[in-house]
Ligand binder design. Structure first.
Ligand code: 3HC
Length: 285
């Protein structure tokens, strides 16, 4: 299958950068969101990011112009997805919303289109049933910031055809990413399972008053060589995401250890969701 046009659903933390990655790789891209404000922000980001890359010598003016010409932003899902070959869904991490979106995308997109979800932890078998093309549904999980991070996890669910997994892996490559293919579904895939273990331990040490979040971040960056400590990273990926992820997990397992930590609940309720709200564990004014 020849992919020419991609639709990215959701212009948030992940979606706006995934869309730009695809546009930079030469695909025609429609970026859509229910919020005009998010679309405006995404377009504004692209309009400032591309000239910065040119000024830094990382892109030529022609490459930047081509990427900008490749991408358009629209609130209308029909306009964004009506004639695409591939969809990357990067909407809010709520299962009911995702299931509805997949049902809508199944109705709107051409029958050959592959529908992939960028969800951080929701396996695609939870949304594939909302479509009449489960064999064309899979996970395609990018990392934040998507323009920088090389890895993409592709997950082949029991319903996903080998061809769909292969096309998705090829798409990773043409987008300049390193894909890994997981042939079994598992909550959190590979990276977020490892990251959750680190986050949980960091939150435990902080909740117990053993060390402050700043000290824990200093420890992890200086001793383990991670580019960011766990608290700064939670601010980057979003404390709202940490909360939804833990709640979704707890609803499934009923294991109290899966509940979000008290500090995550407190910050979620206060709307201190990290970089995106300008306050999380740190301030970003
Ligand atoms: N958007 C786009 N590009 C960015 C960026 C952003 N938000 N932040 C930094 N960059 C680019 C810079 O332009 C620069 O590019 P260049 O070297 O080509 O000029 C490069 O990244 C390095 O930037 P800086 O020198 O300003 O900053 P750092 O060296 O501190 O790097 C970082 C910033 C890349 C974010 C680095 O700190 C890092 O790798 N942090 C860890 C990120 C991480 O672990 N991500 C995975 C999170 S888990 C996840 O995403 C799961 C999901 O399910 C939520």
């Amino acid at each position: 299958m020849n992919i020419e046009k991609i639709c990215v659903v959701g212009a948030g933390n992940m979606g706006h950068q995934i869309a730009l990655c695809a546009a930079l790789a030469g695909y025609k891209v429609a970026c859509t969101d229910i919020s005009q404000e998010m679309l405006n922000k995404s377009e504004g980001f692209a309009r400032s990011y591309l000239p910065e890359r040119v000024a830094k010598g990382k892109l030529t003016q022609d490459q930047a112009d081509e990427a900008m010409a490749n991408i358009f932003f629209t609130k209308t899902l029909e306009e964004a997805a009506g004639d695409v070959d591939f969809v990357i869904e990067a909407a809010v991490e709520k299962i009911d919303i995702k299931r509805q979106l997949f049902a809508d995308l199944d109705r709107i997109t051409p029958p050959h289109a592959i529908l992939a979800t960028n969800s951080s932890y929701i396996v695609s078998s939870k949304v594939a049933g909302a479509t009449k093309r489960p064999e064309k549904v899979c996970n395609m999980h990018f990392f934040n910031p998507a323009l920088v991070m090389k890895l993409v996890e592709v997950v082949q669910g029991p319903h996903t055809s080998v061809e769909t997994a292969q096309i998705t892996m090829n798409l990773c490559k043409t987008m300049g990413k390193t894909g890994i293919l997981l042939q079994k579904e598992i909550y959190g895939f590979v990276v977020n399972r490892i990251l959750t273990a680190i986050f949980n331990e960091a939150l435990f040490l902080n909740d117990m008053g053993i060390a402050s979040h700043e000290e824990i971040d200093i420890a992890v960056t200086n001793a383990l060589g991670h580019p960011m400590g766990p608290f700064r990273l939670m601010d980057l990926t979003g404390i709202d995401l940490s909360y939804y992820k833990a709640m979704e997990r707890y609803r499934e397992t009923h294991d109290p250890r899966d509940k979000p930590s008290p500090i995550v609940v407190e910050k979620f309720i206060k709307g201190e969701w990290g970089k995106k709200t300008k306050k999380g564990y740190y301030s970003y004014e």
